[in-house]
Design a protein around this ligand. Sequence first.
Ligand code: NAD
Length: 384
Amino acid sequence: MRIALARESAPGEARVAMVPELVGGLITAGYELAVQPGAGQGAMITDDAYAAAGATITEDALQGAELIIGVQPLPAELVAGLPPGTATLSFLPYTQDLEAVRIRRDARITSFAMDLVPRISRAQSMDALTSQAMVSGYRGAIVAAGMLHQFFPMSMTAAGTIPPAQVVVLGAGVAGLQAIATARRLGAVVKGYDVRPAAAEEIASMGAIAIDLGLPPLDGAGGYAREMSEERALLQQERLTPYLAAADAVITTAAVPNRKPPILVTRAMIERMKPDSVIVDLAADTGGNVEDVQPGTVTRIGQARVWGGANVPSQLPGPASRLYAQNVANVIMLMTADGRFAPDPADEVVAGMCLTRDGMITHGPAAILIDDTALIDDTRGQPR
Ligand code: NAD
């Protein structure tokens, strides 16, 4: 039974879905891993390292593969040429690319989306959104520290005392808490804000100060946040402004599932910030938490510099790949029975991740979006 590791073709994607350290486990489970030459290049993993771990290196890796693994979805032209029944496992954010789902349905591909792993405790070791958000949060704090023309830690020397940097982190989920922890380790004074009340305790446990804006909580389903009303968004912006004005660096990480990220920081708020302050927006890829942020670019707004993240986990391809590959290996093991690749459609995790099978769209929300375009919000391409 062959698992294929295809070269990533998406521009700027440096991560890889399998690392040599985990190849032995797949072989023991009864698989052959076929790797396309150069597949690990972005993460500095050589073909020789895969071969030494027991993988086969071949341009024809996809031929005869039962399962094809990747970080980004396999391009449409490759999917169309796969035999029906072939399975793919990668990120597949269907709300951003409904056509990719249609193509998989029509080619009778069994497609599993790593971004649809249910957030239940049994699936934590497979949760790639969490592992990659963790990498992103770390990177966000390091970028802020690198851009700021100041020290993060307080330094008391014979020549005088340098005060610590003041950092504000907005959104304290996986990425935000990692950004807080990293900024704290670097010695900054950190304040954090999230709309979920449970986050306050987590912020404090990282050694940071939880900001209380005196606004009602916005807890949603499954530990996620809910969308804000226009009125609440304005109040939140108004009450956050003095915290931002006192900050040297701001890191934004806020998201709401299946929605465009909320605008937390407006141009007017940035105008009030100190000269040469820095904002790192980790949500820039999907629209951003900062007004007018550009992914992959540093923009000057007022006297601040705003860094827009673009595929941020890919900027640390080594650890991001190591963690993602472990998530993938754990999914494969869940889908292996009696030495065969045999995903059980009745398993909650398998069912949750499955987008298409046997020529059908098996994920309810994706099926609704594709078969009933009246439900698509034209301005965002998201479910209403
Ligand atoms: P996310 O990426 O969807 O959002 C990031 C953070 O932004 C969240 O904490 C959210 O509350 C916050 N946010 C949203 N709107 C905001 C606003 N207007 N202002 C300020 N903050 C705002 O979330 P995530 O990081 O993936 O995780 C969210 C929750 O899910 C956390 O409680 C986390 O512990 C939990 N979680 C559970 C599991 C599991 O059970 N397996 C796995 C991962 C995360």
